[in-house]
Design a protein around this ligand. Sequence first.
Ligand SMILES: Cc1cc2nc3c(=O)[nH]c(=O)nc-3n(C[C@H](O)[C@H](O)[C@H](O)COP(=O)(O)OP(=O)(O)OC[C@H]3O[C@@H](n4cnc5c(N)ncnc54)[C@H](O)[C@@H]3O)c2cc1C
Length: 547
Amino acid sequence: MSENTAQPSQIIDVQPDYEVLVIGTGVSGIYQIKRLADLGVRFTVLEANDDLGGTWYNNRYPGARFDSESFTYGYSFSREVLDEWHWSEQFSPQPETLRYLNFVVDKFELRQYMQFGCRVEAMVFDEDSDTWTLTLSNGRSISTRFVITALGILSTPTEPQFEGKDSFTGPSFHSFNWPHDPIDLTGKRVAVIGTGATAIQLIPEVAKVASQLTVFQRRPNWAAPLNNAPITEGEMATIRARYDEIFAACDSSPGGFEHRPDRRGFYNVTREERLALWDRLYDEPGFGIWLQNFIEIFMDEKANAEFSDYIADRIRRRVHDPELAEKLIPKDHGFGIQRVPLETHYFETYNRDNVELVDSAATPIERITPVGLNTTDRSFEFDVIVYSTGFDSYTGAFDHIDIRGVGGRRLRDKWSEGPMTYLGLMTSDFPNMLMLVGPQTSATNFPRGSELAVNWATPLLEYMWQNGHRRFEANEDAELAWHEHVKEMYQGMLLRKAKSWITGYNSNVEGHEYGKTRYNIYNGGSPKYAGRLEEVAGNDYEGVTFS
Ligand SMILES: Cc1cc2nc3c(=O)[nH]c(=O)nc-3n(C[C@H](O)[C@H](O)[C@H](O)COP(=O)(O)OP(=O)(O)OC[C@H]3O[C@@H](n4cnc5c(N)ncnc54)[C@H](O)[C@@H]3O)c2cc1C
């Protein structure tokens, strides 16, 4: 690993090992590294995995791919990258996305800054020197002036704690930990537990090769067709010519996509007009069905119910067995109030003879056995069990590090009932720590949010160096005001009732029970969020104390 020797804080008496330390080498970390390398700062990057890529390094299950259009997901910061990279599909599969991230890293020679196999277990802030000391799982300790976390919102998988889980004699794993030497499921009896976004991508692929696939579903999820397609050379040339327009459209839309809500007003058009819009959107690629819809769908129970009925009918048309179709249609929440998974032949998969759906709400899994599992009314035998049971989202990766700030205060304690942040980028009592796309930032097409965060965090550090500061900290009153604003943005939205990571619900994590709402995301939309960030920076970082 090589280091650059320029040190913006050389006037400061105590010299930690590094000026800046980044944790994580996913989409967010990689762009942050590029900015720090360009500045010539003395920094390093710690990554728990054995290689870069974060989400796209870990999630190797068959069918793993974007729901974002590939060309809106890629970085916008480098014209050269935009000109040189060819996305082969509208919605890139995981291997290609991982290749893309490696391409960017190799192009800018960023790998030299990364230290792999380095899981951060603890971070302690020293108030005398205004530095952080990090301890890694191998016992190593490293000091730094500033920490930038790029830990990921979905990087901590959660598994149900079934009795006998370790007794199963075949392979069993969370889909996040899909084996790097791909496991051959041909002719195997496979169980998939869970029917969230990952399972919805995985199930059709497993069904194609497994002799028998049994899906254990506790709550069905709404899903709509991805309508993926290849991107030809000619189409890619058109995309390249449009990149400025594409990113401008993403920046000015609430979700960071080209899709924009239909603002005609749900009740201002006839039912026929609504149906015409929905018929068109259902057959179009990507999130249009969710994000080009009427905004009333997200706020008005009646509008949401009418649209949910429409989607339910589309599902009924795709599943041959009417009883089975009803089991696949959510009854406890409306379409679009949870993150909508996009699918390819998911519903048709249940028409296959080798696929069975088990209703785990009616007959719960009681225990895992050496040969399979028992529900309350049956015993099953499997060769492979896949847990597709989601993530301890947003705060999980933070909770797994023992982070101690001013006066030894633990972040885990501070956030025990939900995250408290200033702008989603810092948190009071934890000075000199910036969080990239952590809790309470705008929920958006991810890299659009990452670039925004990095483009705010980096100038803040430059401001500190220029002014000879060595410590920054969010003010408690500014944090409280932001928190109230974040809460307020949930109020008019149906998603406030969702059993999802938007509200912090996770039945496999203590303290995340339904009803204990955690305000994990900023719902005001990207333009409003970006505007607030710009305003704060323009006012000499109001709400932040420097010393
Ligand atoms: C299956 C799947 C599909 C997705 N599809 C989309 C999509 O279509 N569109 C979209 O916008 N978003 C999508 N997302 C969200 C996705 O997570 C982001 O798009 C993005 O990749 C996150 O990048 P990141 O760098 O912030 O975090 P991550 O990619 O999660 O990277 C975080 C890194 O931090 C490391 N790390 C965490 N804790 C520690 C520690 N204690 N010590 C050291 N290292 C640590 C992790 O190992 C990881 O490498 C998807 C997520 C999943 C799981």
